[in-house]
Design a protein around this ligand. Structure first.
Ligand code: FHN
Length: 486
């Protein structure tokens, strides 16, 4: 049985304890192995909710994987299935990989255009890779020359993007890899790291990483630090707890995902076991079959095609319909959707990405009220079954959703996002007992005929769906939202 305990539990626990014990060193609540270098600022559950508020309202963000790996664009020695992992997947000697920095000159990079693409898509935050696993810094770091300083592009893309985000009211956030294939001190050194010297030293590496993170937090003020690359053995739970405390002490408003620690259950992304740290769970390339209950924060991240970093051969783009359905499904379960773009080495977001995001944005313009700042479905666990024949990627029975619609909520409102227009022309909500004051389509705001009785609510729909991606019916109801309706 999967524990319903969640990453939030840890932050709350630390928050509650430290609010009681007022900035007590974490050693008093955590097994003291590596004495932490700082303490988590005292935070009550109310303060935690205030810190998470913008994240919970935002619902939809843009992930950006961009670095020198965009130069080979996914291709090496005839293999065209690489991307941001190309150093690792093609075993490129680091001395040869470093040459990509000399070719990285994104003269077409336009931060204003990128932010407009995100904003026009209805996205409320941007998470960009400050450093991926290759260790390359996308900003002029004082800690290393293995960064944008060693490219012909003598500008600061993070500065330009952070400034444009601020102007546009988009939250600027950073992805930062704990694993660093370039560093001599990262604990699992690759055989093809032909520039590394000495023996790996994780204390020295952690100090280096903390120094770079201090540059990023104090100069760019990210809303989220999105850690990744935590899974290898040199990184430990204790180092994660210490790093979380160090960063939260530096910026008490900072939100940090659960990949700062070691508790993530693989791509399912939520924490398992007792040792956990971080503010929200991070399912990757998948949507959980159901939500995790009130106050549990999570965000599904997904590629738009099949690669995170730019791959010039990958044309497997998700349709706008799939993106909108994913967004509705995730929001109906209380999560956020972080959707990725992988810009080219010239600094352009691939046109197929821009086009799809524009279509999603047109849908959000009409129906965003059903997504932003919404709570999860009131109809209990997602209807559906676990297949007796199909398996998921982890070999477990695949969850098969039985519904052609999802629901989200706001005080006094239920939004129903209809994916497949009912053949009988009726939206039937079995078991809904709340008094429906009125119902209308967000696309037309024309009142719809509502019948309701002991069996539930039935709403007469127009013959044609107003929106091919998904059409949203808003029910304004009397009193409190219904509890779980059987
Ligand atoms: O290894 C990374 C991968 O390159 C990408 O950054 C994704 C996005 O979250 N995370 C890791 C794979 O789980």
């Amino acid at each position: 049985m999967k524990s319903l305990l969640t990453p939030i539990t840890m932050a709350h626990t630390v928050g509650r304890l430290s609010s009681l014990l007022a900035c007590v060193a974490l050693t008093s609540v955590m097994p003291a192995i590596a004495a932490p270098s700082s303490t988590v600022p005292a935070e009550t559950p109310k303060q935690h909710d205030a810190r998470m508020e913008w994240f919970r309202e935002a619902k939809f963000g843009m992930f950006i994987h961009w670095g020198v790996y965009s130069v080979p664009a996914g291709e090496w020695n005839g293999n065209t299935d690489h991307a941001e992992w190309i150093m690792e997947t093609a075993h490129i000697p680091v001395s040869r990989y470093e040459q990509f920095a000399k070719e990285f000159n994104p003269v077409k990079f336009d931060a204003k255009a990128w932010v407009k693409t995100a904003k026009d898509a209805g996205m409320k935050y941007i998470v960009i890779t400050s450093k991926h696993h290759d260790g390359f810094g996308l900003w002029p770091s004082a800690m290393t020359d293995w960064c944008i300083k060693s490219t012909p592009f003598q500008r600061d893309p993070l500065r330009e993007l952070a400034d444009e985000c601020k102007k546009a009211g988009i939250k600027f956030c950073l992805y930062h890899s704990i694993m660093d294939w370039h560093s001599s001190d990262w604990g699992t050194r690759r055989k093809w790291n032909d520039v590394a010297t000495g023996t790996p030293d994780m204390d020295r590496y952690t100090a280096y990483m903390k120094g770079q993170l201090k540059e990023l937090v104090t100069n760019y003020h990210p809303g989220i630090l999105w850690f990744d690359g935590e899974w290898e053995s040199p990184w430990t739970h204790e180092r994660g707890v210490d790093l979380y405390a160090y960063l939260r002490a530096m910026d008490p408003k900072l939100i940090i995902n659960n990949r700062v620690g070691k508790a993530r259950a693989g791509m399912e992304g939520m924490d398992a076991g007792k040792e956990r740290v971080g503010d929200y769970g991070t399912p990757e390339q998948q949507i959980p079959p159901r939500g995790f209950g009130p106050g549990v924060d999570w965000e599904t991240c997904m590629t738009l095609n099949n690669h995170w970093g730019y791959n010039s051969h990958d044309k497997q783009w998700k349709s706008p319909e799939t993106i909108v359905h994913n967004l509705c499904d995730i929001a109906s379960k209380g999560g956020n959707y972080l959707l990725n773009v992988g810009p080219t080495s010239e600094g352009l977001i691939p046109q197929p990405s821009v086009e799809r995001l524009a279509e999603v944005g047109a849908w959000m313009k009409v129906n965003g009220a059903a997504i932003y700042d919404c709570g999860p479905t009131p109809f209990g666990a997602e209807a559906g079954t676990f297949s007796t024949t199909e398996k998921d990627k982890e070999g477990k029975p695949k969850f098969v959703s039985a519904w052609n619609w999802r629901a989200t909520t706001k005080p006094g409102k239920i939004y129903v996002e209809i994916f497949n227009w009912p053949a009988n022309g009726k939206l039937e909500l079995a078991g809904l007992q709340s008094k429906v004051k009125k119902a209308y389509l967000l696309a037309e705001h024309k009142k719809l005929k509502v019948e309701q009785g002991a069996a539930g609510v039935s709403i007469a729909l127009p013959v044609e769906a107003p929106d091919k991606l998904a059409s949203v019916v808003c029910l304004e109801i009397q009193g409190k939202l219904p509890q779980v309706v059987k």
